[in-house]
Design a protein around this ligand. Sequence first.
Ligand code: NAG
Ligand code: NAG
Ligand code: NAG
Ligand code: NAG
Ligand code: NAG
Ligand code: NAG
Length: 813
Amino acid sequence: VAMASSLRHCVLLASLLCAVSVAFTSVSGGGSGLGPITTNGRNYTKVCDPARFAAMGLEMGGFRYCDASLPYAERVRDLVGRLTLEEKVRNLGDRAEGAARVGLPPYLWWGEALHGVSDTGPGGTRFGDVVPGATSFPLVINSAAAFNETLWGAIGGAVSTEIRAMYNLGHAELTYWSPNINVVRDPRWGRASETPGEDPFVVGRYSVNFVRAMQDIDGAGPGPGADPFARPIKVSSCCKHYAAYDVDAWLTADRLTFDARVEERDMIETFERPFEMCVRDGDASCVMCSYNRINGVPACANARLLSETVRGEWQLHGYIVSDCDSVRVMVRDAKWLGYNGVEATAAAMKAGLDLDCGMYWEGAQDFFTAFGLDAVRQGKLRESEVDNALRNLYLTLMRLGFFDGIPELESLGADDVCTEEHKELAADAARQGMVLIKNDHGRLPLDTNKVHSLSLVGLLQHINATDVMLGDYRGKPCRVVTPYDAIRKVVSATSAHVCDDGACGAAADVKTVDATIVIAGLNMSVEKEGNDREDLLLPWNQTNWINAVAEASPYPIILVIISAGGVDVSFAQNNPKIGAILWAGYPGEEGGTAIADVLFGKYNPGGRLPLTWYKNEYISKIPMTSMALRPVADKGYPGRTYKFYGGPEVLYPFGHGLSYSNLSYASDTTGASVTARVAAWESCKQLTRKLGTAPLACPAVNVAGHGCQEEVSFSLTVANRGSRDGTHVVLVYTVPPAEVDDAPLKQLVAFRRVFVPAGAAVQVPFTLNVCKAFAIVEETAYTVVPSGVSTVLVGDEALSFSFPVKIELAMKD
Ligand SMILES: *[C@@H]1O[C@H](CO)[C@@H](O)[C@H](O)[C@H]1NC(C)=O
Ligand SMILES: *[C@@H]1O[C@H](CO)[C@@H](O)[C@H](O)[C@H]1NC(C)=O
Ligand SMILES: *[C@@H]1O[C@H](CO)[C@@H](O)[C@H](O)[C@H]1NC(C)=O
Ligand SMILES: *[C@@H]1O[C@H](CO)[C@@H](O)[C@H](O)[C@H]1NC(C)=O
Ligand SMILES: *[C@@H]1O[C@H](CO)[C@@H](O)[C@H](O)[C@H]1NC(C)=O
Ligand SMILES: *[C@@H]1O[C@H](CO)[C@@H](O)[C@H](O)[C@H]1NC(C)=O
């Protein structure tokens, strides 16, 4: 109890990691009553090994749960049926104790693999002599900027291979709480680096590709008729944090006490959408609920969200876990309904939560383990509800081969971690995610025939970045290639100027060199979990000295930005002495190589901004705590993201990104029309239409009741007139009919990254399903396709092509 106040202080001030470091000291300090449980040095890779049972004085043949000829469900029923209530409850927390009496070992559920295998948290993943590090890929916001679904899958595949290798060596478990798929609704959010940006469709597609590659063993989903609960998986991946979570700590708002007031339309259209895609299309085996409340109810005790939606509607094949430790948060921070630990435990389990991730200090346990027994004894929770949770957990472990092994994965070992191939993939991911924001008069790429001396200017942490590029939820990288190392390899006469004291003595030197590169930006003290940004400006006086360096330089300088969220670099946008701006994100362990490859033209950039870069004025118009995506007229809030904000405070829009090539579009398509036969009057839905527009008999069709076979196909030719091979991201949006009120300005419905060789043209075909691509979410939260003329809009402000699509809704007789 004495610890409680200092811990609370810790949680409020900082983040997960703060609390975890407390956890480490108290656990390793001993005397907690909970012995340290570790997988390090584990001497088995499957539970159902006769020798293992024999060593425990047990005969494996007596345990039906180890009979591999039986269906998983039956084995799991046998296992759960053998446990006493006390034993059951001791397996409801992330540090599951197992039950030696029946041969069940302990299991550490907590794993993180956001952008590579990570040892964040007190879970079972540990680096050491056998596996000193793992491939540290770029942060997710970088990979998102690549807009390349194959890349997202390739990263997930490499990460899961490294996990299985570490598992075989006793240095990792099999359950990982990644990806983070909350949309970046507000540019201040501290966790932008962890996410695929502001567009729910992109976030959803990222999750599907990453999760499939983490989990799928043969690259395919379950065959027709197969039991999806018995589909073997490589690593368990988790869609988090469900839902409407994207306020960490802003002014007095704190994620542990924040009650997100969310309209149903925003829930369906924005906050739930990536999760629906992650579960339905990705077949993720886990969902994590978030700390916050939603309209008064904690996300982790919300039966409607957990049981009805995730498990019922979306058919989750897996388990639901709390954030660490959101059940305690209900009691201690949110003080929800004045509940005590027993009541909160019962409410969360009844709502559908299966596993409680806790924080550990002073011998405290997770709430389910601490209060589960009393909850059943006091009649607030049924033992059958505990059994249900355990079945979801053990079915997941069965599918992972925890009991039986998975032969094709058992040969993986230390040689499969940090391979040359994985490091090259990390470099390529970083290259693909680089976004060229400004490039006046072809300032970039730098020509090594002309540039013989260089000045590299910036904070030491950016030019000599050994740490900053790795971002949050890192593991131990295989190695780190800094920008300085990589640039000096290309131009050996590169002098570094460190500007850490707020000013910069580089001005004299930049006068004498052939080119000046400034690396500037943010770090995890500015944008991180538990830490939202206060403004969108460059901190630490960087703007001032960048301008001074630009002023002193005889040539326009090059500015490289390290950040996740957008930075208001208006000063650089308008300054002709700053010739080029490259956004490098947090590009991971090979980031330096990728930056140099783009600066010197070894790689032609093709990334796009996955979120809007606003001018700083934007944030004074809307508090972070307002959840609405659409403008709120009576409060003067201007709307959020490219879908709903049409105002002047956009510095660089979502999807912005330049190339060294000169590209052009051509297409034969001039328009399309679709007649959808609507089954019955019941399928028609009303829409809010703009004043003065004529009423329609059937203004929109309800997607849920419609067959959805209609498609619109078109093909686009992308030509590269330049002399360099290039890659280009084709972004396809739809714009709803003009009469529809409150609709998105436009919405992304498809995207593809294509390679276009110099002087060549490639055909890019698209087929849009009408129910997916032309649907909007109307006021009462039905997903509908409006009747009328929608527009397909391809490209961005620099290069675009569009055509109308007329959608008619005709009654079936
Ligand atoms: C595995 O390790 C445990 C102690 O950690 C030991 O009791 C047991 O005999 C070992 N089993 C085998 C098969 O080596
Ligand atoms: C997409 O990513 C994959 C995997 O890294 C890569 O092989 C491919 O070249 C990328 N596509 C484009 C067009 O860049
Ligand atoms: C930059 O990092 C290298 C190691 O990569 C180190 O040797 C060097 O001293 C660092 N430079 C400064 C100015 O600290
Ligand atoms: C971020 O940079 C500032 C300014 O140099 C520094 O004080 C701070 O320690 C850095 N934070 C991290 C996490 O590197
Ligand atoms: C900020 O930078 C400017 C330009 O380099 C310099 O004149 C000023 O002294 C710096 N301010 C601080 C607080 O270091
Ligand atoms: C791209 O090509 C078009 C047509 O040839 C030309 O008008 C335009 O100036 C070129 N743009 C650049 C940046 O080279």
